[in-house]
Design a protein around this ligand. Structure first.
Ligand code: ADP
Ligand code: MG
Ligand code: MG
Ligand code: MG
Ligand code: MG
Ligand code: MG
Length: 682
């Protein structure tokens, strides 16, 4: 989350009067940033991860696992601990950071400073993640554990799922039938966001996940745990009036989505053009990684027929009015908006030749006046449209103290809109007053139960990002196909069963395929950026940064976009198909071949890539598949889709044991995971 201002938050009725002010000054702030950094170049690859945790409190006597709502105290404790570490000069740059998150049971951690692209740094990621987990673990009570779970299986069940317990009667921000007010971080930003989304939308959010139809699941499934007749808040009748669908798991509050955990990665790029290329190339990768990291099959105490969090979060912050959702004719609002503010990317933005206009094939409303303002400032069409599209949204949280800002030194109004557009990728301009360059954030992945897995996916995406730049890889498929892939990615067991639209030829024509050329043969060896100025010897044994794009090859075939892609299995996309397409892992492998990794380093990296390969070729389960089969083989499971208190407890005990390396699950992790010779287990 961004900076948390202390101040007086405005209700939606007040805030909406300032929406144009925030947008107007937000754009002014962006233009100041643009003036300052549009020509900035030569930034090296720096990157970092964000890992989110749920603090779970175990009651071994009652066999119960609940969410511990001690976020505030825990973060204070962690702050003190981290402060002590900071006093040790030898440690100070590596002291991790801990951040609050939406749920009052959540923590987020990031490395103390970003990584460089060196192999040594890549190989330190897992240990760093473990160190952070251990730091957090050591500040908790004995029976509290920070688990990296994407969704808490029994969040919002009838009964008790938090410690301490609160009743949803008091849910004054969300008016939820299921989640109490105290589920939300008490900082004014979060309850205000929750309440203002509901007010703007003119109803509670409504999320319906198809229930997993097991042998004894009642059909039709009408959820007996919904308090259908509650009559406290004006929205209470929504459930019975159609918001809650039969055969679905119904959820009605922001906390169900923003209370999920994920794994995010941020990359700094050499300059703005490289950031735009990187952003575009990672867009089609987003849904694939969602499918591979799927880790959330259980919601509000039921097995769902989906494996991922994405549609839940998208629905949980969907502040569009009925007019904007196309349910009523436009009268008070300006646009029909096809998607929630949390969803997959709507526009490719690279200005390179490879980005054909036909790829941006969906309806993308944008603010015409803002677009014209950006265009007349000299910003190109695609970037203007990207910003003008983000800016169709209203600012949801405004503090009365910070309405007036110095637009030349602040980016708060810009960030107000930018950081509440939660898409699969985020294109991040350099913040004012810092040395940070242009960045791209990759946001689709579900957090994994172990840091081995989290590190593996982080390392894979870093290497893929380098391969993209080094080989000028072209992953473009129409955005509508990426959207379709997002939906397929969430289906039960998608990694094994679904096909995904993917590009047939990812290597620009006229260039040697990386697979076909040996590391030293030259034609596809990463060239160094003429802009960068970094001496070649500095780049030795680094994951090189600053790759110029290739000029448009004379032989390029401008055929039909529809002929450029086909449906492939995840296995084909990652492991290769035929002789023309080496697969994403083949591309990463070719890239690794251009680096001077020692055999030992290579072995370590291969462990991570093997995990990705195992998931992709189906020899390893996703966490979601493993959890589903854990539940279905639990002796207390009644094959009715219900995940009881006892099953939940046993599941989370198993998750903790897996993480510690004391429970072996060869269907999920490599055979030697958790062996004593691997360092870092607690
Ligand atoms: P947010 O919550 O806004 O997405 P965070 O501050 O939680 O962002 O995390 C940002 C991540 O970016 C961290 O992993 C951090 O180490 C990393 N990072 C910091 N500076 C840079 C940089 N210059 N380039 C790339 N990544 C960076
Ligand atoms: Mg976060
Ligand atoms: Mg963060
Ligand atoms: Mg964040
Ligand atoms: Mg931030
Ligand atoms: Mg982030």
């Amino acid at each position: 989350m961004g900076l948390l201002y202390l101040g007086t938050p405005l209700t939606w009725e007040e805030a909406k009067n300032h929406a144009d002010h925030v947008r107007d000054h937000g754009i002014t702030q962006f233009l100041h940033t643009w003036d300052r950094v549009k020509d900035r170049t030569g930034d090296e690859l720096l990157w970092g991860d964000e890992v989110e945790y749920m603090v779970v409190i175990f009651d071994d006597e009652k066999k119960d696992a609940k969410l511990s709502l001690r976020q505030t105290e825990i973060l204070e404790e962690l702050g003190r601990a981290v402060g002590t570490l900071h006093n040790d000069a030898s440690l100070s740059t590596s002291v991790p950071k801990f951040h609050p998150e939406y749920g009052r049971y959540m923590l987020e951690s990031t490395p103390g400073s970003p990584y460089t692209g060196s192999i040594a740094d890549l190989l330190s990621v897992e240990a760093n993640m473990r160190y952070r987990r251990t730091l957090a673990r050591n500040r908790l009570k004995e029976n509290e554990i920070p688990l990296t779970l994407t969704s808490f299986p029994r969040l919002g069940t009838a009964g008790v799922f938090t410690e301490p317990h609160y009743d949803s009667k008091d849910a004054k921000s969300s008016h939820s039938l299921f989640l109490p007010e105290e589920i939300t971080n008490p900082h004014a930003r979060f309850p205000t966001l929750t309440a203002n989304i509901r007010s703007r939308r003119k109803s509670k959010v409504a999320i319906n996940l198809p229930i997993f139809e097991d042998e004894r699941t009642p059909r039709p499934f009408v959820d007996p745990t919904i308090p259908w007749q509650r009559d406290i808040y004006p929205e209470d009748p929504e459930a019975k009036n159609g918001a809650a669908l039969i055969d679905h798991i119904y959820m009605d509050a922001m906390g169900f989505g923003m209370g999920c955990c994920c794994l995010q990665l941020t990359f700094q790029c050499c300059n703005v053009n490289e950031a735009r290329r990187m952003y575009d190339a990672l867009i089609p990768i987003g849904p694939l990684m969602l499918a591979l990291t799927a880790a959330s099959p259980i919601w509000r105490g039921y097995l769902a027929d989906v494996d991922c969090r994405w549609n839940v979060i998208a629905g949980s912050v969907d502040d569009r009015t009925p007019e904007e959702r196309g349910l009523e004719p436009l009268k008070n609002n300006r646009y029909i908006i096809p998607k929630s503010r949390y969803d997959s990317v709507d526009l490719y933005i690279s200005s390179e030749w490879a980005n054909k206009p036909a790829y941006n094939d969906t309806v993308v409303p944008y603010d015409e006046a803002i677009r014209n303002r950006l265009l007349s400032y000299g910003i190109d069409d695609l970037l203007s449209k990207h910003i003008a599209h983000l800016f169709i949204r209203d600012p949801l949280v405004i503090f009365s103290e910070t309405i007036h800002q110095d637009d030349s030194s602040s980016s708060d109004h810009f960030e107000n809109i930018q950081s509440t557009n939660w898409q699969t990728l985020r294109f991040k301009p350099p913040p004012p007053g810092s040395s940070i360059g242009w960045r791209v954030e990759f946001r689709s992945m579900e957090v994994q139960m172990t840091d081995f897995e989290n590190a593996a996916f982080a390392v894979f995406i870093v290497l893929l990002s380098r391969a993209i730049l080094a080989f000028n890889l072209n992953f473009y498929v129409p955005i509508s196909k990426v959207d379709e892939n997002m939906q397929r990615a969430q289906k039960r067991d998608a990694a094994r069963t679904q096909k995904f639209f993917f590009r047939k030829n990812v290597i620009p024509q006229g260039y040697a395929t990386p697979a076909a050329s040996s590391p030293s043969s030259g034609s596809s060896t990463p060239s160094e950026c003429s802009d960068c100025g970094m001496a070649p010897q500095v780049k030795e044994r680094k994951l090189r940064n600053c790759f110029p794009t290739l000029a448009r090859p004379p032989t390029i075939d401008d055929g039909l976009v529809e002929d450029e892609y086909e449906e492939m299995s995840i296995k084909e996309i990652f492991c290769g198909k035929g002789s023309a397409f080496p697969g994403l892992l083949g591309l990463v492998d070719a890239y690794l071949g251009t680096l001077e990794a020692t055999p030992d380093e290579r072995k370590q990296i291969d462990k991570y890539l093997d995990l990705v390969r195992g998931r992709a070729n189906g020899t390893l389960q996703t966490p979601a598949a493993w959890m589903r089969s854990f539940v279905r083989s639990h002796p207390a499971y009644k094959f009715d889709s219900t995940v009881s208190q006892e099953i939940n407890y046993d599941l989370l005990i198993a998750v903790d044991r897996i993480e510690r390396g004391t429970l072996r699950v060869p269907e999920l992790l490599p055979e030697d995971y958790g062996q004593p010779h691997l360092n870092g287990f607690h």
